[in-house]
Ligand binder design. Structure first.
Ligand code: TIU
Length: 221
């Protein structure tokens, strides 16, 4: 049975069995003080408005049996999967791999790297560890989604113009229909948030659709 979600630039039809919720990088390193986001010079409080809408959609997705995937950006402790160019970027005093208030910055297994407690994944929900901005680069995500016959992705997470955009563009090129949940994605830059969402849905939905968490909840519950 197909369902309709109200979205821009037009409604999207999907079936529950071939849709997934993907939450991108809702990690302490991006959302809490002392993490990578703050070390880059950002005000992390701007992202925190995404937590409650993400919690609502996660809860609804669990209740309705939707497939759920979480992602985390980060690197192996020996940094062998981190390009030199990424490590050098920004000339940070404390950067990727260095000791910060929440452990080594953006390193797998460290406190800062993990997903915030409000959105802690259930054991049956895959957590994709990704070394890049896009969740399809150097990960098993595409294989996992194809094995589940997933066609539609509802997307939340941070940040809108970096890891969400990169992932949605990669997904779109792989044939997935992406619906970005406007209040579940956030940016350190209000202007990038606005324009980031505009870019997705412009030109007839050039690489996706945009709806609110309320539209999502209306469609799945
Ligand atoms: N800096 C920034 O906006 N984002 C990132 O570095 N990674 C993600 O978006 N996850």
């Amino acid at each position: 049975m197909y369902r309709k979600v109200e979205a821009e630039p037009e409604p999207v039809w999907f079936s529950m069995g071939s849709a997934a919720l993907i939450l991108i990088d809702m990690q302490r390193d991006f959302l809490e003080a002392g993490g990578f986001g703050e070390l880059l010079g950002n005000d992390v409080s701007l992202l925190r408005s995404t937590i409650e809408p993400c919690r609502s959609v996660l809860e609804a997705a669990r209740q309705s049996g939707l497939f759920i995937v979480h992602t985390r950006e980060g690197h192996m402790p020996d940094l062998s999967d981190a390009p030199e160019s990424k490590l050098k970027r920004g000339n940070l005093e404390v950067g990727i791999g260095d000791q910060g208030p929440m452990g080594r910055v953006l390193i797998r297994g460290e406190k800062g790297h993990d997903i915030i407690s409000e959105l802690r994944p259930k054991p049956e929900e895959p957590v994709i560890d990704k070394p890049g901005k896009g969740a399809f680069f150097a990960t098993d995500l595409d294989l996992i989604l194809r094995n589940k016959n997933i066609e539609t992705l509802f997307v939340g997470g941070v940040t809108t113009e970096v890891c969400v955009h990169t992932t949605v563009r990669q997904a779109n090129d792989r044939g997935y229909e992406c619906v970005v949940l406007s209040d579940c994605v956030g940016s350190y830059f209000p202007e990038f948030q606005r324009v980031g969402l505009e870019m997705i849905k412009a030109q007839g939905g050039i690489f996706g659709w945009v709806c609110s968490s309320r539209d999502f909840l209306n469609a799945v519950t």
